[in-house]
Ligand binder design. Structure first.
Ligand SMILES: Cc1cc2nc3c(=O)[nH]c(=O)nc-3n(C[C@H](O)[C@H](O)[C@H](O)COP(=O)(O)OP(=O)(O)OC[C@H]3O[C@@H](n4cnc5c(N)ncnc54)[C@H](O)[C@@H]3O)c2cc1C
Length: 388
């Protein structure tokens, strides 16, 4: 690149930091603007599948992101009697790692800073233009060759560009928390498993994230007011999942509740301003891929712009980026949404539906397609870039 091109990024979450690091590693002058007073992730856990792990490797964030993390070997679904509905091994040669969110975010932040990214906190973006401009709540305007909105579900960048075509909030949501992990918490037979337990419209997902902590997601419809109270009704949840009452009993005060968003856009860019991550393609968490897609698409964006020498070439490169990356991300969103539909079936119907679906190789292929995808920029060349 003869002239150093500049990028300004709204949002310092998983997608924003991955994008920033990948662009700075390719010679861009990058600044991230984050609304919060510090780069901060909530305390719960996150699943990172093979595709996301490959992105972390390409960025040089892998070691810090997964140090001490839990590597599962199977994902098991159980009915209200504890019977196994389905047990799906993590595919041979494919990894699935679960880790505390803050550890992942810290690893991406450190990688971005090492690459020279500047981070400005307490900086709220309220608008954008297709000319690579971000507008801030304090009246400031920042201009660059490229602007990127990675500002989450309620993206002001997406709104300002008028790109949204669909935004649905789901009827279901999750209470999320992290508890202390103690010896004997998980029976020896279940070591190495992620266990999702169903009882009517309530479910409990048990996810070890390291040697000392377990991430719990307690899921129910938003209308289930008793179950979704963040002052967890431990008797109610223990009654639904008596085998796991010892974990539920340990839930502390730090619990978050939220429903999910499904977002689709007419395009991921306008002129020299792009959007990605939840801002552009939020999906329900049923496949554990929203963060993976955000990081993957950030790296892909940087690859699409690699070698560009003039700002005038950016709009066409952004269109090519979307054409290349969107089919997989749309597919993943569709299947994550579809997967969630079983939540509202009666128990017996859900059990037979899941068993019939998971017995079919075609269904397994659809569900695993994103996890088994080799993301743009995660080949040998990208790895050598991250080692520079
Ligand atoms: C219950 C649940 C479980 C999930 N589990 C998984 C999982 O296991 N695996 C997985 O891969 N994904 C999972 N996801 C999805 C994942 O959390 C998101 O897809 C991911 O966080 C998206 O990253 P992002 O950077 O696009 O957005 P965000 O993480 O939302 O980051 C956006 C950032 O922008 C900042 N911001 C927002 N507005 C502004 C503004 N106006 N100006 C400046 N900054 C702003 C925010 O403070 C934040 O730092 C889950 C989601 C939910 C709800």
């Amino acid at each position: 690149m003869s002239k150093t091109l500049s990028a300004i990024i709204a949002g310092g979450g998983l997608g924003g930091l991955a994008t920033a690091a990948a662009m700075a590693q390719r010679g861009w002058d990058v600044t991230v603007y984050e609304r919060q007073s510090a780069l901060r992730a909530s305390g719960s856990g996150i699943y990172i599948w093979e595709n996301g792990l490959r992105v972390l490797e390409a960025l040089g964030a892998y070691d810090d992101a997964v140090r001490g993390a839990f590597e599962g070997r199977a994902f098991e679904q159980r009915d209200k009697h504890g019977g196994v509905i389905d047990s799906a091994p993590v595919g041979a040669g494919k990894r699935l790692i679960t880790v505390k969110r803050s550890q992942l975010l810290d690893a991406l932040r450190d990688t971005a800073l090492r690459a020279g990214v500047k981070v400005v906190t307490s900086s709220e973006v309220i608008g954008a233009t297709p000319r690579g401009e971000l507008r801030f709540a304090n009246g400031d305007v920042a201009r660059a060759d490229l602007a990127v909105g990675v500002d989450g579900i309620w993206s002001r960048v997406r709104e300002a560009l008028g790109l949204e075509t669909f935004h649905q909030q789901t009827a279901e949501g999750a209470l999320r928390t992290v508890i202390e992990r103690r010896p004997g918490d998980i029976p020896a037979d279940d070591a190495g498993k992620y266990i999702e337990n169903w009882n009517a419209e309530r479910r409990l997902l048990i996810t070890p994230i390291n040697e000392t902590q377990i991430y719990l997601a307690l899921t129910c419809p938003e209308r289930d007011r008793a179950a979704r109270d963040t002052q967890i009704d431990k008797a109610l949840w223990s009654d639904a999942f008596p085998r796991w009452a010892h974990l539920i009993e340990r839930i502390g005060a730090e619990v978050s509740w939220g429903v999910y968003s499904i977002i689709q856009c007419s395009a991921w860019s306008a002129g020299r301003t792009a959007i990605l991550g939840d801002a552009a393609h939020a999906q329900p968490p049923n496949l554990g891929q929203g963060g993976g897609m955000a990081m993957q698409n950030g790296l892909a964006l940087a690859c699409a712009l690699d070698g560009i020498e003039r700002a005038e070439a950016i709009p066409a490169a952004l269109e090519a980026w979307e054409a290349r990356e969107r089919p997989l991300i749309d597919h993943c969103q569709k299947w994550s949404t579809l997967y969630g539909e079983v939540a509202f079936l009666p128990d017996e119907v859900r059990t037979s539906t899941i068993r019939a679906a998971m017995a079919h190789p075609w269904v397994i292929e659809q569900i695993n397609r994103a996890a088994h995808h080799v993301p743009t920029g995660t080949g040998e060349r990208a790895r050598s870039v991250s080692l520079l």
